[in-house]
Write a protein that binds this ligand. Structure first.
Ligand SMILES: [Zn+2]
Length: 261
């Protein structure tokens, strides 16, 4: 057994798990250590020591110790940097933030450092607290996360003939090949929905555009549906499963937009 080392880092709370009657296992996303897990002894009993710090998508400062190559850390102290109260007061924004956190969790292997994913979370959480939620915000987050985690879909040109995306053309997305094909190269199945060049261009633009300009992007229904179908189809394929928090988010959004709330 090596000596315990003490560390301090900022970290987003990704999720918590009840470990025993009084302990919690908390998963964080940090700039220095990537995704890591820590045990918070007595977190469920002592409200003073860890006062409401372990809520999903809270940004915290964590002090923890770890022995050698152990994967589980021991959380000594944790304090809130930003609780994102403005987001939590809004149901739709809360669901979107939870979806962002869920995706970041699922695309991040434990212990792999990736500061740009932490930065992405910070940027989008700040934007969500300030601007209106929109389809563009959700889709552009997905595009950027895919890119940063090494799964960027190839949509700037047909993956077969390499012809760049041309206005007016229709494209077909092939999740298992990770890219789009033009109408001439795709062997179109009857169930396949075409994706317009406009949708492809919007996603390409959203991948790199200045974050403060995202609020100016307004997607038409067709564009929103096509980009959703492309990105969710791909994310589901890469992860090998559906993302539950997305379903919840969309059900609530539908309910709200039908005047239910
Ligand atoms: Zn082609």
């Amino acid at each position: 057994m090596g000596d315990k080392e003490k560390f301090k880092t900022a970290g987003y709370v990704l999720r918590t798990l009840n470990y025993s009657e009084s302990d919690l296992i908390v998963t964080f996303y940090s700039p220095e250590f990537g995704k890591f897990k820590g045990i918070a002894k007595g977190a469920k009993r002592s409200k003073k020591r860890f006062a409401n710090v372990f809520e999903p998508f809270s940004l915290t400062n964590v002090i923890f110790t770890r022995r050698g190559r152990d994967t589980l850390s021991f959380i000594e102290a944790c304090e809130i940097i930003d609780h994102y109260d403005v987001i939590r007061q809004d149901m739709e924004k809360t669901l979107i933030a939870s979806y962002f956190i869920d995706l970041a969790d699922q695309f991040s292997p434990e212990g792999k450092k990736n500061e740009s994913i932490f930065q992405l979370l910070e940027d989008f959480m700040r934007m969500l607290g300030r601007d209106n939620a929109s389809d563009a915000v959700v889709r552009f987050f997905e595009m950027r996360l895919l890119k940063l985690s090494g799964f960027e879909p190839a949509i700037d040109r047909c993956i077969v003939c390499k012809t760049p995306v041309t206005n007016g053309n229709a494209y077909y997305f092939h999740p298992h090949e990770g890219g789009i094909k033009c109408g001439a190269c795709a062997k179109i199945q009857r169930y396949e929905q075409p994706i317009s060049a406009g949708t492809v261009r919007t996603l390409l633009m959203g991948k790199d555009m200045d974050i403060d300009k995202i609020k100016l992007v307004c997607m038409t229904n067709a564009l929103a549906m096509e980009s959703r179908s492309l990105l969710i189809g791909f994310i589901t394929y890469v992860l090998g499963r559906e993302v539950k928090s997305l379903k919840v988010m969309e059900q609530v959004r539908r309910y709200c937009s039908s005047g239910g709330l």
